[in-house]
Design a protein around this ligand. Sequence first.
Ligand SMILES: [Zn+2]
Length: 325
Amino acid sequence: MRFSDTNASPEVLKVLAGMVDSGKIPHAIMFSEPDGGPAFSVALAFLQYLYCQARTGGDSCGTCPACNRIGKLIHPDVHFVFPTTSPQTSSALMPRFRELVQESPRFTEAELGVALGIDSKSSMIAVAEAREVLSQLALSALEGGWRSIVIYLPEKMNQETANRLLKAIEEPEPLTQFILITHAPEKVLQTISSRCLRLQLGAEAKAPDFDSPELLDDLMDALLRKDLYAALEAGDRISSLPSRESAKAFCKFASDAMRNLFLRQQGVDLPQTGSGNAEAWAARARKTFPRAAVACFDRAYRLVERNVNAKIIFTDMVNRLYSII
Ligand SMILES: [Zn+2]
């Protein structure tokens, strides 16, 4: 994951790269974001930049061994903690966590619950996690450089976990980096959050409401009927949206709708505000479709941002979707 793959605001990315470039890195950074935001991608991109052996133009190279291992979540000195249900711990669930991140780096809390096979509402970061973190920090870095701990949803730590971790966060060993990602900063224990540099993510990337949802309905309908001609026609109408902003809003709306479709297929209750017609599509779409479709819509979003010709982007997008439905 490089900074340029994150869809986060250039200002924030510049701040993060600047910390590494100047060597003035706060030992604990806490990102706040709405559920499903870019913080996990940004955390990975930041770590990749920190560890990269061939940084270039304010970004990681994306190909050196360090970049490669961080991108795959297999770097021996980068550890991940996320809420689970007892007696499972994050390290035991890492294979499933990796799979989720590879498929959908902007995963939501509900998607994490599905991926881990747990009820995300009752999950927490229990004291066993703190013990694991502390024992990892007691070892020296296997590769001799930075050791990093990414804590996803610190608001799900109980008091005992927080107490155990506090000293490590407060007075970290040299070359130790904590990254926290929260969706509810007001619920993170004050003793922890006050030790972190706080950065807000995602609010600026929030797409405007998309006011032509029938474009997605028509596209999905054509795809599900396996009518390529009608699907391309729908793609044409999407590429004729009046501005880059509205094309991006469509991609965001469609990507969210595919997440809803995925959750609906998994039998997860959807919030009332969910976008798209998940209920109607769930029975007809293949189980592998929603994930791959999220990637298609997110890719289209990035290409729109890079000013690629809209007709080319959306024709290609429709062809990709048609091949996976
Ligand atoms: Zn690299």
